[in-house]
Design a protein around this ligand. Structure first.
Ligand code: HEC
Length: 131
């Protein structure tokens, strides 16, 4: 995953260099697909722009590698504040967006069923570009 995240991070640069989505880069996360999946599945509750407002969930700009539960002005649930003492690395994000209910059962995000395996890593790669 480290390798594919690295590919993900240089992807906008590659795209700028005139390369298109390459099927031989099978391991690479698809940021464009991840953005679409974010809009469909996360944007209802989360903004992602720098300085964007908190909605039902906190603004997610710069969330990758950030300490959980530290977005200013957002009122986290008691369950989340009690449990979420990790940094949002790729593994933590994978668990959370696949099955929030398993990581923090009482969190209000648990109403969200979680993303499919197909969308998961692309969404995380997209999040990693937003910082
Ligand atoms: C139904 C609304 C809802 C949806 C849909 C939703 N979330 Fe959330 N999310 C929340 C809420 C509410 C919280 C705060 C959790 C708490 O306080 O218990 C949260 C918290 C988070 C956090 C932790 C933020 C922090 O500051 O530690 C991340 C990361 C996150 N969501 C990512 C996502 C992603 C990515 C998606 C889409 C795949 C998504 N969420 C979909 C409501 C939602």
């Amino acid at each position: 995953m480290v390798a594919s995240l690295r590919v993900a991070l240089i992807w906008p640069w590659l795209a700028g260099a005139g390369l298109t989505c390459a099927s031989d880069m099978a391991d690479a996360a698809d940021i464009h697909h991840g953005e679409g999946a974010f809009v469909r599945q996360c944007a209802l509750c989360h903004t992602i722009d720098k300085g964007g407002p908190n909605r039902f969930g906190p603004n997610l700009f710069g969330i990758v590698d950030r300490r959980a539960g530290t977005i200013p002005g957002f009122h986290y649930s008691a369950a989340f504040k009690d449990t979420a003492s990790w940094d949002w690395n790729v593994d933590a994000l994978r668990g959370w967006i696949s099955a929030p209910k398993q990581m923090v059962p009482q969190s209000p995000m648990s109403v969200f069923q979680g993303v499919s395996d197909r969308d998961r890593d692309d969404i995380i790669a997209y999040l990693a570009t937003r910082k």
